[in-house]
Design a protein around this ligand. Structure first.
Ligand SMILES: Cc1cc2nc3c(=O)[nH]c(=O)nc-3n(C[C@H](O)[C@H](O)[C@H](O)COP(=O)(O)OP(=O)(O)OC[C@H]3O[C@@H](n4cnc5c(N)ncnc54)[C@H](O)[C@@H]3O)c2cc1C
Length: 477
């Protein structure tokens, strides 16, 4: 019998638990899966964009995990993984509820899928609790963002003109796509309310170019012409009358101003009334301790705390290519430890990094989106099954070999909705396979339209259904 612990129940960890349970029940032995999660609900994070603009309620983006796990015979521990003792195959869990679980749990295989730590502390004044800006990265944050947004609009109704700033709150932040959706939804909400002319909208981001989205942008072939995501976003911002400041690092925020430095080394002060800025991510604080009691976190993780897997680390951006991205999500030192989703350490950025003349790094971190998180969680789960069977890992889900699908909502409405649908293959450019662009342009697409808005609705309900392991869930990709 093998004991498998999965830490984190987001896209990567929760989906891995479902795949693992489904695969292991076909084997003879009675294996035990335990999911340890800091939060006892699953959140469909992409729809937090709609919560932040008041178009959806939090209860519609969450479901409780325990009933799903009870039905599937998966143990659930509501707690946070704090320490790993890889030589003894044990973990320490801080319990968050009165449960019967021990504080120390033993494992044969460990999958760490604990997502990001929202590092608001990296920029003074950034963030919800201690700063001045909003976030849509968690359910309470999205609810708070909506309250701040509405109270800003109250001022407009009293006759004020206001400025709303949306984007990234640090030179190394990622998740530009979510912020892009938010600013577009705000634009359309203001149009719907008839007050768009009273609000100035500014896109503030660390991207090297408009439409970069932290994935080095996108090229699409139409006939003999090549269109780029930069052209698409440029045209959309023009139509929506959204101003932009890109290639910018935010180094300080106070009640009235956002202080930035751009790639050219210029320092700027931006006035704002309401700002939603995505923080940079670092890993959740998990300590690794060896059999002698020594802290070996630096050996197992990269400097930001993300778990090292089977990637080629240490190459400069210019030399990084498809084969350097991890395939099996297995830690090279401890082969029974895997990591998936945002928790694994990528080998480098996807977008071109820059430094200002003052030495400030302006380099979007690579996004590991929901779909990538699921694919890596699935690969890790299936590789654990292989190892239980006595085989080596064989299931690959490299970001340089898998597609990305992103549907960015612009406006939520069945009848007048709009979205940008982006398909990309592969996510990480792979010049050894596709020498010209690093991608197969036949498989890349970007379209704006109502069909995308319907697809976005469909994705929300399909994922909420699939991830509750309801009948037929396995057939939903
Ligand atoms: C507003 C927004 C919109 C987005 N929209 C899209 C989109 O449209 N499409 C898309 O593909 N992606 C989207 N993303 C990105 C997507 O949400 C992430 O890629 C995805 O959530 C990553 O999954 P994950 O499992 O790695 O991490 P998470 O989903 O963050 O899950 C990690 C889980 O681990 C738990 N945890 C943390 N620490 C511990 C610990 N120590 N012990 C135990 N549990 C712990 C957390 O509570 C959480 O439940 C969006 C992100 C945001 C913020």
């Amino acid at each position: 019998m093998a004991k498998i612990i999965i830490a984190g129940a987001g896209f990567a960890g929760h989906y891995a638990a479902l795949i693992l349970q489904d695969s292991l029940k076909k084997l003879d032995n009675n294996h035990q899966i335990t999911v340890v999660s800091r939060v006892n609900k699953f959140t469909y994070i992409p729809s937090l964009v709609w919560v932040g603009v008041g178009d959806m309620e939090v209860k519609d983006v969450q479901f409780p995990l325990k009933p799903v796990y009870d039905r599937l015979d998966i143990d659930f521990v509501h707690g946070a993984l704090t320490e790993v003792y890889p030589d003894d195959n044990q973990v320490k869990v801080e319990l968050l509820e009165d449960t019967k679980a021990d504080k120390k749990l033993s494992y044969d295989f460990l999958l760490i899928a604990t997502g990001p730590y929202l590092n608001f502390e990296a920029t003074p004044g950034l963030g919800v609790e201690k700063g001045f800006t909003a976030s849509i990265c968690s359910p309470p944050h999205a609810v708070d963002a909506y309250k701040r947004y509405i109270s800003t609009l109250d001022r407009v109704l009293k006759g004020d003109k206001v400025k709303i700033v949306v984007g990234t709150g640090h030179g190394t932040a990622t998740c530009q796509g979510a912020a892009f959706e938010y600013i577009c939804n705000i634009h359309n909400d203001l149009v719907r309310k008839g007050i768009r002319d009273k609000v100035e909208l500014l896109w503030l981001s660390n991207e090297p170019a408009l439409g970069d989205f932290g994935i080095d942008g996108l090229e699409v072939k139409k006939g003999n012409d090549i269109f780029t995501s930069q052209m698409l976003v440029d045209a959309l911002f023009d139509e929506y009358n959204i101003n932009y400041e890109i290639r910018s690092h935010v180094h300080k925020i106070d009640e009235k101003k956002i202080y930035t430095e751009n790639v050219e080394g210029e320092f700027k002060e931006i006035n704002y009334d309401f700002a939603m800025l995505i923080p940079p991510f670092k890993a959740q604080p998990i300590k690794f301790v060896n059999k002698d009691g020594e802290d070996i976190t630096e050996k197992v993780c990269n400097p930001a705390g993300f778990i090292k897997v089977d990637a080629n680390y240490g190459k400069p951006y210019e030399e990084l290519d498809g084969p350097d991205w991890p395939r099996y999500y297995q830690n090279p030192t401890y082969k029974n430890i895997f990591s998936a989703g945002i928790a694994f350490a990528p080998p480098g950025p996807l977008s071109k990094p820059s430094k200002s003349p003052n030495g400030t790094l302006i380099s979007p971190a690579p996004p590991r989106t929901g779909y990538t998180a699921e694919l890596s969680g699935k690969a890790a789960a299936l590789n654990i099954v292989e190892m239980i069977k006595g085989n080596d890992p064989i299931h690959s889900a490299s970001m340089a070999e898998t597609p990305g699908l992103c549907v960015a909502s612009l406006k939520k409405s069945i009848f007048t909705g709009e979205a940008v649908t982006i398909a990309i293959y592969p996510v990480a450019r792979n010049y050894s396979k596709y020498p010209e662009f690093g991608r197969d342009l036949q498989m890349c697409a970007a379209e704006i339209g109502m069909a995308g808005a319907w697809f976005k609705f469909f994705l929300h309900y399909a994922f909420m259904y699939k991830l509750q392991a309801k009948p037929g869930w396995k057939f939903i990709p």
